[in-house]
Design a protein around this ligand. Structure first.
Ligand SMILES: Cc1cc2nc3c(=O)[nH]c(=O)nc-3n(C[C@H](O)[C@H](O)[C@H](O)COP(=O)(O)OP(=O)(O)OC[C@H]3O[C@@H](n4cnc5c(N)ncnc54)[C@H](O)[C@@H]3O)c2cc1C
Length: 450
């Protein structure tokens, strides 16, 4: 996939990957061996018939290709851009053995983008007079809602923020996922019949009991994981230390990069340190560069091999100038007399023996302390499930980390209330979507039996 020059793209928020031309698409699609027993399908958490959509593309028929994609995935333009394909479908491609896997994600993007404005929605037959409420408009909620619509139910999605999409809207920056791509996918779902009600925090603006009183037959909770984890070390409350969530929400959802045209300020630092090694850390580091930082360092406690971020994001971050400082743990944040962060005391680490669960111990190297100077720190150490709604529903059982507990059909401890996505412990967009689809099946069965 052709990409924009790192020295140019790091100064703006435009998309990094340019997309295939028709001839590039045809060349790539024709590499697919159309295996008799395709393993790639098993690598896809929603089970897309990959050889079939690729075959349509190799015949230059993106419309039919996207119809195949949409049978299993109502957000193909999004997933093609953010799915970790190298660990999913592409990992199981027979050509991966020679390191030449078909670029399934890039082909999916071509099919979705070239047909984005075509009216390819299913016609809904068999409409039922039953209403279902979905709480949260992220990928889990949208996948569940899309499938329930196709089954004939009336679906209303409640979203606490002023714009829909969950992390796709407020977390993933537009240089990876342009917001007009998300808007088009949402437009197609709305045309299919999904109703999205914004600015409504379920639990506070309206309770779960009130939803049932309004006649909803079942409720799907897909409120995600947005509660930042802090390192619990000295100085973490100093000024100019942000959680990655707050930093990214300010930029992506509240458009602070365009202050004062938009009313949200953000501190534009010269020297930024991001702590973490996942997709969130990469997004925060690359966003800080685009806001004008001259030096962005990424501090991670293990080696680059252990980083959970997608390989492509790591490569892009390095190409754009983000400096990786690995095997390093922060010990404390140091502030100036006005309590603004000015440095981080760190210590080097090393990976030790493997324990009986296959994890490697991490030990600190005594005497290896050193100082990194900085004017801003962004903490990207992971996220816990959003606790507010579960804490407001009597009888809704959560585990010790706050994840809602469900049975195999994704029903919670309360009849008629289902849950899925990051609020029960997902980690990726496509996993959240897979759970949304599974919950839709669970809700259908529940309504049939009740
Ligand atoms: C910065 C970042 C980058 C990421 N990058 C990738 C990536 O490249 N690839 C990938 O596969 N995954 C990525 N992920 C993970 C992925 O985005 C999540 O796993 C996925 O979005 C989870 O979907 P969800 O629907 O469960 O929750 P979310 O996307 O979190 O959506 C939950 C929605 O519920 C709303 N909500 C919460 N409480 C209430 C309430 N009480 N009432 C009404 N609405 C409520 C929230 O406002 C939100 O809109 C990333 C995550 C982050 C944070």
């Amino acid at each position: 996939m052709p990409e924009r020059d790192p020295n140019i793209r790091k100064k703006d928020f435009e998309q990094v990957n340019c997309g295939y031309t028709q001839s590039e698409m045809l060349k790539e699609a024709k590499r697919c061996l159309q295996c008799q027993k395709p393993l790639c399908i098993h690598g896809c958490p929603v089970g897309i018939n990959i050889p079939e959509f690729v075959r349509y593309l190799s015949n230059n028929n993106p419309k039919q290709a996207v119809i195949v994609l949409k049978q299993k995935n109502n957000l193909p333009a999004v997933c093609s851009r953010v799915c970790p394909q190298e660990n999913q479908c592409e990992k199981f491609c027979i050509l991966a053995k020679k390191n030449e896997s078909v670029s399934i994600g890039n082909l999916e993007r071509y099919a979705a983008d070239t047909t984005a404005r075509d009216d390819l929605n299913d016609v809904i037959i068999n409409k039922k007079d039953i209403k279902i409420a979905i709480v949260g408009s992220g990928p889990a909620g949208l996948a569940c809602g899309g499938d329930l619509l196709k089954m004939g139910y009336n679906v209303t999605v409640y979203e606490s923020l002023h714009n829909a999409g969950g992390v796709l809207r407020y977390g993933i920056p537009k240089f990876r996922l342009p917001k007009d791509v998300l808007d088009l996918e949402l437009y197609n779902l709305k045309k299919l019949g999904i109703k999205i009600i914004l600015n409504t925090f379920i639990g506070r603006t309206k309770t779960i009991k009130e939803l049932f009183d309004e006649g909803y037959g079942a409720i799907f909770i897909a409120t995600g994981a947005g509660l930042p984890i802090f390192p619990k070390i000295s100085g973490e409350n100093l000024n100019h230390i942000y959680s990655a969530n707050e930093f990214l929400v300010r930029v992506n959802l509240m458009h602070s990069f365009d202050f004062p045209n938009y009313d949200t300020p953000i501190y534009k630092a010269r020297n930024v340190v991001v702590i973490g090694g996942g997709n969130t850390a990469m997004d925060a580091a690359r966003t800080a560069l685009r806001l004008g930082a001259k030096n962005v360092k990424l501090v991670y406690r293990k080696t680059e091999n252990e980083m959970p971020a997608r390989k492509e994001e790591r490569i892009h971050a390095k190409e754009e100038g983000v400096e990786f400082i690995t095997s390093t743990n922060p010990l404390r944040f140091i502030g100036n007399e006005k309590r603004f962060v000015k440095a981080i005391e760190c210590m080097k680490t090393e990976l030790g023996e493997v324990d009986n669960l296959g994890r490697r111990y991490l030990s600190k190297i005594i005497g290896s302390d050193y100082i990194i100077e900085t004017d801003m720190v962004i903490l990207a150490l992971g996220l816990h499930p959003n606790p507010t709604l579960p804490s407001l529903v009597d009888g809704l059982i959560v585990d010790s980390h706050g994840y809602i507990i469900t049975d195999d059909s994704l029903m919670t401890s309360l009849p008629g209330i289902f849950a899925g996505g990051d609020i029960i412990g997902g980690a990726t967009v496509i996993e959240a979507m897979g759970m949304g689809k599974k919950a839709a099946e669970g809700i259908k069965k529940y309504l049939k039996n009740n």
